[in-house]
Ligand binder design. Structure first.
Ligand code: ADP
Length: 594
C-alpha cells in the first residue's frame, strides 16, 4: 500500500513526458503542412521582429527626450522629434500589416489543405467507420477543430515572436541604461514563471474537456433534431429536454472553468509584477542609489518595466493558446490516421456479363458478435431477377451491401462472373451496380445533373432519354426551368414519388449490368405507383437484378424468390412453387394479401 503514491507520481511523470513528446510530434506534423508556404512564413517572422525592434528603438529615445529635449539642453533634438515620431509609426504600420497578412496567408492555406485532406480522407474511409462515427462529430472536426488550429497557432506564433522580441529588446535596453534598477526585475521573474507553468497546465486539461463537451452538444442536438418525429410520437420531449439540459449544463461548467482559470491568471501575474514596481520605487528612495541616475534614465527604466507587463501577460497565455491548437490537431490527426478503405483488387472490369454468386457466405458486422448472414448460397444468372424477402432485420440489405463491398464477407465468397469480387479493382466493381433505394439521395444541383450523377459526361439527349423512360419528363414540365431547375437541398422541391423516379433515371443512365433495388415500404398514391412501376420495369430490362422486396405484389414474376430469416435462407423458388409449398413464403403472402 505504501508504495502506491510513488507509483502514481511516476506514472504522472511518464504521462507528462509522453504528452510532451506527443505535442512535439503533432507540432512537427502540423509544420509539415506549413512547409510549402515557408517563404511567406519567414517573411512574416521577419516583419514581426521588425515591428518589435521599431517599438524598442522608439522607446530607447525616452531618456534622451527628457534629459536633452524637454529640459532644453539640445534644441536640435526637439526639432527632429516630430519627424522621428511619424517615420517610426509609418515603418511600424508597414511591419504590422506585413506580419499579420503573411501569417494569415500561411495559416489559411494550411487550414484549407487540412480541410481538403480531412474531407478526402473521410470520403475514402470504409462504411464500417461511418457506421460508428456521427456526422456531427466529423463536421465539427472539419470546421471547428481546423479553425481552432488556425486561430491558436497563428495567435501564439504572433505573440511569441513579436512580444518575445519586444520583451528581449526592452530588457536589453533596461540593463544598458541602469543594470542596478533592472536587476530588481530579475528577482520577480522566477516567481512569475512558476505561476505560468501551474496555470497553463490546468488550462490544457480544461481545454481538452471543453472540446469534447462541445462535440457532445452538437451530437445530442443533431440526434434529437433528426429524430424529431419519433420524439413527438413517443412523447419524449420532456426526456429529451432534460437530457439536453444535462449536456448543456456540463458544457457551461467546462466553459466557466476555462474562464475562471484564464481570468484568475492575468490579475495574479499583474499583482506579482506590481511588487517589482513598488520595490523599485522603494529602492529609488534610498540615498546614494539614485545619485548617478538622471531623471530621464529613471523614468525610462520605470516606463520599460511597466511596458513589460502587457507582453508578459500575453506571453503567459501563449502556452495555453498553443495547447488549445494542439488539442484540436490531436483530434484531426487521429482522424487522418484512421485506415482508409483498402483496395487490394487488381483485376480491371469494364463491363460484367451479369452473373452473381454467393458461396457459403458468412458475415459478422465489425465489432459485433452475432453472425448476421449464415451460410448464404445464392446464384443469379445473367438477366435474372432475384427477390430477397423476409422480415425486417433478416439480413436482406446486408447481403446487398456485400455485393458493393461496403463490407467484406467474413468467410465464403461473393462472386461476379465467377470471380471473387475482392479480386476486382474496387472502383470498377462498384461501377457495375446501379442502386435504387427507398432513401433517395439528391444533391443541391439541377435536376439534369442529379440524373447524370453516375455518368457526368452524359449528353443532353441521353439525359432526356433516361428522364423520359423513368417518367421524370411528366413532372419536369411543371418545373420553372425544366431539367435545369435546381431542386434544392436534398431535392426539397420534389415529392417522394418524384424523387424515386429521378433515382431510377439516374440508374438507367449509368446503364450498369446489375441493379440492386431496395423497394419502398411506404405506399404511394396509385398514379405515382403506376409510373414508378413502369419505370422500374424499364430499368430491370436486360439487367441482373437483386430486389429487396417489402411488398410481395411486385416480385411475383421474379425468377427466384429467396426467403430469409435471421440471416439464413429458409426457402427459395419461384412464386408458384413457393406458394404450393405452403411454407414461410405462403404465410407471408397470405399475411399481406389477407
Ligand atoms: P433487412 O434488410 O432484412 O431489414 P439488415 O440487413 O438491415 O436487414 O439487418 C440485418 C441485421 O444486421 C439486423 O439485426 C441489424 O440490426 C444488423 N445490422 C444492420 N446494419 C448494421 C451495422 N451497420 N452494424 C451492426 N449491425 C447491423
Amino acid at each position: 500500500m505504501s508504495s502506491k503514491p510513488d507509483n502514481t507520481t511516476e506514472n504522472l511523470n511518464v504521462k507528462s513526458v509522453q504528452d510532451k513528446e506527443d505535442t512535439w510530434k503533432n507540432f512537427k506534423r502540423l509544420m509539415s503542412y506549413a512547409k510549402v508556404y515557408k517563404s511567406a512564413g519567414i517573411f512574416a517572422i521577419i516583419s514581426m521582429l521588425g515591428y518589435a525592434s521599431i517599438d524598442v528603438y522608439f522607446l530607447s529615445k525616452l531618456p534622451a527626450l527628457i534629459d536633452e529635449g524637454l529640459n532644453g539642453a539640445n534644441p536640435e533634438f526637439m526639432k527632429w522629434a516630430p519627424v522621428f515620431v511619424i517615420v517610426c509609426f509609418i515603418v511600424r504600420g508597414v511591419f504590422h500589416f506585413l506580419s499579420n497578412y503573411c501569417l494569415a496567408w500561411v495559416g489559411n492555406n494550411v487550414v484549407t489543405d487540412l480541410r481538403q485532406n480531412i474531407f478526402e480522407h473521410v470520403m475514402a474511409m470504409p462504411v464500417a467507420y461511418h457506421d460508428t462515427v456521427s456526422t456531427g462529430t466529423l463536421i465539427s472536426k472539419l470546421t471547428f477543430d481546423t479553425e481552432q488550429v488556425l486561430q491558436a497557432t497563428s495567435k501564439s506564433l504572433l505573440t511569441l515572436v513579436q512580444q518575445g522580441a519586444f520583451v528581449v529588446g526592452l530588457l536589453i535596453l533596461m540593463f544598458w541604461q541602469s543594470w542596478q534598477l533592472s536587476s530588481i526585475f530579475l528577482v520577480i521573474t522566477p516567481i512569475i514563471a512558476v505561476i505560468v507553468t501551474i496555470v497553463s497546465r490546468r488550462f490544457r486539461k480544461v481545454s481538452k474537456n471543453i472540446q469534447n463537451a462541445m462535440g457532445e452538444v452538437t451530437k445530442a442536438a443533431e440526434q434529437t433534431f433528426n429524430g424529431h418525429k419519433v420524439v413527438l410520437t413517443f412523447d419524449g420531449q420532456q426526456r429529451e429536454n432534460e437530457r439536453f439540459a444535462q449536456i448543456n449544463k456540463y458544457n457551461r461548467q467546462q466553459r466557466m472553468k476555462m474562464v475562471a482559470t484564464k481570468s484568475a491568471s492575468v490579475p495574479l501575474i499583474q499583482i506579482i509584477a506590481s511588487f517589482a514596481l513598488a520595490f523599485v520605487l522603494y529602492i529609488a528612495n534610498i540615498d546614494g542609489f539614485v545619485e548617478n541616475l538622471t531623471a530621464g534614465v529613471f523614468m525610462g527604466v520605470v516606463t520599460y518595466m511597466t511596458m513589460l507587463l502587457r507582453p508578459l501577460k500575453l506571453l503567459t497565455n501563449v502556452n495555453s493558446e498553443f495547447q488549445k491548437g494542439m488539442a484540436a490537431s490531436v483530434s484531426i490527426f487521429a482522424l487522418l490516421d484512421e485506415d482508409k478503405e483498402i483496395d487490394s483488387g487488381t483485376i480491371p472490369l469494364e463491363k460484367a456479363q451479369g452473373k452473381i454468386t454467393f458461396e457459403d457466405v458468412n458475415f459478422i458486422y465489425p465489432g459485433d458478435d452475432k453472425t448476421t448472414l449464415k451460410n448464404l448460397n445464392i446464384e443469379a444468372n445473367i438477366g435474372e431477377t432475384i427477390a430477397l424477402v423476409g422480415r425486417s432485420g433478416s439480413g436482406k440489405s446486408t447481403a446487398s451491401s456485400l455485393l458493393l463491398r461496403f463490407y467484406d464477407a467474413t468467410s465464403g465468397q461473393v462472386k461476379v462472373d465467377d470471380q471473387n469480387i475482392i479480386d476486382y479493382q474496387l472502383k470498377d466493381l462498384r461501377k457495375q451496380f446501379a442502386y435504387v433505394s427507398q432513401h433517395v439521395v439528391l444533391f443541391n444541383d439541377s435536376l439534369a445533373n442529379n440524373i447524370a450523377y453516375g455518368k457526368p459526361k452524359a449528353s443532353k439527349e441521353e439525359i432526356v432519354e433516361a428522364a423520359k423512360k423513368a417518367h421524370v419528363l411528366e413532372f419536369v414540365e411543371n418545373l420553372p426551368q425544366g431539367l435545369d431547375t435546381n431542386i434544392g437541398d436534398n431535392g426539397a422541391l420534389l415529392s417522394g414519388g418524384q424523387r424515386q423516379r429521378v433515382a431510377i433515371a439516374r440508374a438507367l443512365l449509368c446503364d450498369a449490368p446489375f441493379l440492386i433495388l431496395d423497394e419502398a415500404t411506404s405506399a404511394l398514391d396509385t398514379e405515382s405507383e403506376r409510373h414508378i412501376q413502369d419505370a422500374l420495369n424499364e430499368l430491370q430490362k436486360n439487367r441482373t437484378c437483386i430486389v429487396i422486396a417489402h411488398r410481395l405484389s411486385t416480385i411475383e414474376n421474379a425468377d427466384k424468390i429467396i426467403v430469409m430469416e435471421q440471416g439464413e435462407i429458409i426457402e427459395q423458388g419461384d412464386h408458384q412453387s413457393l406458394l404450393a409449398k405452403n411454407g414461410a413464403y405462403a404465410q407471408l403472402h397470405s399475411f399481406q394479401f389477407g
